[in-house]
Design a protein around this ligand. Structure first.
Ligand SMILES: NC(=O)c1ccc[n+]([C@@H]2O[C@H](COP(=O)([O-])OP(=O)(O)OC[C@H]3O[C@@H](n4cnc5c(N)ncnc54)[C@H](O)[C@@H]3O)[C@@H](O)[C@H]2O)c1
Length: 270
C-alpha cells in the first residue's frame, strides 16, 4: 500500500544489483511512494545488465559510479543535478564488499591490501559521497541519507570477518558527518542495522544458512526481510522522521536486545 510519503522527492539509490538486493526493494518502494530516483552501481555491476529491468520499471536513469573513485562520484552528482535541475532529498548507501570474505581468508589472517579495498568500498565511500555532495551542494535542506549496516559492528560474529570493522567505521562516519551536515543544512544521516537477508552480499558470509536461522529463532518477531527494510527506509526518507539523525537504527525483529528465546533454548536441549 502506498501513502505518497515521498511525493515530490528526488533521490539516489546506490547498490541495486539484482532482485534480491535490499536497494532494489528500496528503489521500488520509493517510486511507489511518489519519488523520482537515479540508480547507481559500479560499472562492473551494470555490465551484468539486470539493473536495466529496474531502471525501466522505475523510469530511472542509471549512472555508473565506482564508489572508490572521486571522479565517478563528482560525475554522478553533476549528472544528478542536471537531471533533477537541483539537489536530491535522499540517498541510500547500500554497498558492501570484503575481498577477505570473498577469498575465504579468516579474520586473524586478513590480507591488508584486501582490508583496505573492502574498507574503501564499504565504509569510506559514505564519507566520499557526503564530502562530494557537501562541496557541490547536492543534497537539499532537510535531506535524508541512509546507509545499511549490520550488528557485527557492535557484537562479535566471527565469520562476518573484516566487514564487522568496516561496519563500525561506516556507523561512525554517519554520526560524525551527520553532525556537520546537520548543522550546515539540516541534512540527517542514519544507519539502518538490518537482519541477515538472502542477497548476493549476505550469502557470501560463511555459514550463512545457520546464521540466518539462528537470527530467526533469536528475534521475537523473526528476521526482517528486504521488503520490510524498504518500508522502513521509506519512512526515514519521509518528512515524518525529520528530527531523527546520527542514529544507528536496528531493523531486526528485536534481535539486538534479546538475551535468549525459548526457541533457542529448545534447540539447545535437543
Ligand atoms: N544481506 C544481509 O544479510 C545484510 C544485512 C545487514 C546489512 N546488509 C548491508 O546491506 C547493503 C546491501 O547489501 P545486499 O545484502 O543488498 O547485497 P548486494 O550484493 O545486492 O548489494 C551490494 C552492492 O554493493 C555494490 N558494490 C560493490 N562494490 C562497489 C563499488 N566499488 N562501487 C559501487 N558499488 C559497489 C554491488 O554492486 C552491490 O550492488 C550492504 O551494505 C550490506 O552490508 C546486508
Amino acid at each position: 500500500m502506498a501513502y505518497n510519503l515521498l511525493k515530490g522527492k528526488k533521490g539516489i539509490i546506490f547498490g541495486a544489483l539484482n532482485e534480491q538486493s535490499i536497494a532494489w526493494k528500496v528503489a521500488q518502494r520509493a517510486v511507489e511512494e511518489g519519488a523520482e530516483i537515479i540508480l547507481s552501481n559500479a560499472p562492473i555491476a551494470l555490465r551484468m545488465g539486470e539493473l536495466n529491468k529496474l531502471a525501466e520499471e522505475c523510469k530511472a536513469p542509471v549512472i555508473a559510479a565506482d564508489v572508490t573513485s572521486n571522479d565517478d562520484i563528482v560525475n554522478l552528482f553533476t549528472k544528478s543535478q542536471e537531471h533533477f535541475g537541483g539537489g536530491v532529498d535522499f540517498i541510500l548507501h547500500s554497498i558492501g564488499m570484503s575481498v577477505n570474505v570473498r577469498k575465504s581468508i579468516t579474520y586473524t589472517e586478513n590480507n591488508y591490501d584486501f582490508t583496505h579495498k573492502g574498507l574503501d568500498i564499504s565504509a569510506l565511500s559514505l564519507h566520499r559521497i557526503l564530502q562530494t555532495a557537501m562541496k557541490m551542494d547536492a543534497i537539499n535542506e532537510w535531506g535524508s541519507v541512509l546507509a545499511l549496516t549490520y550488528i557485527a559492528a557492535q557484537r562479535v560474529f566471527p565469520d562476518y570477518n573484516d566487514m564487522a570493522d568496516n561496519k563500525a567505521y561506516l556507523e561512525s562516519i554517519a554520526r560524525s558527518f551527520g553532525y556537520y551536515y546537520g548543522v550546515k543544512k539540516h541534512v540527517r544521516i542514519n544507519t539502518v542495522s538490518q537482519s541477515p537477508t538472502r542477497t548476493t552480499a549476505g550469502s557470501g558470509v560463511k555459514g550463512f544458512d545457520g546464521f540466518i536461522n539462528y537470527a530467526e529463532k533469536m528475534s521475537p518477531l523473526g528476521n526482517a526481510n528486504a521488503d520490510q527494510c524498504a518500508d522502513y527506509c521509506v519512512t526515514l526518507f519521509s518528512d515524518l522522521t525529520k528530527m531523527v539523525t546520527i542514529q544507528n537504527l536496528f531493523h531486526d525483529g528485536g534481535f539486538s536486545f534479546t538475551g535468549v528465546t525459548n526457541a533457542v533454548i529448545e534447540q539447545m536441549e535437543k
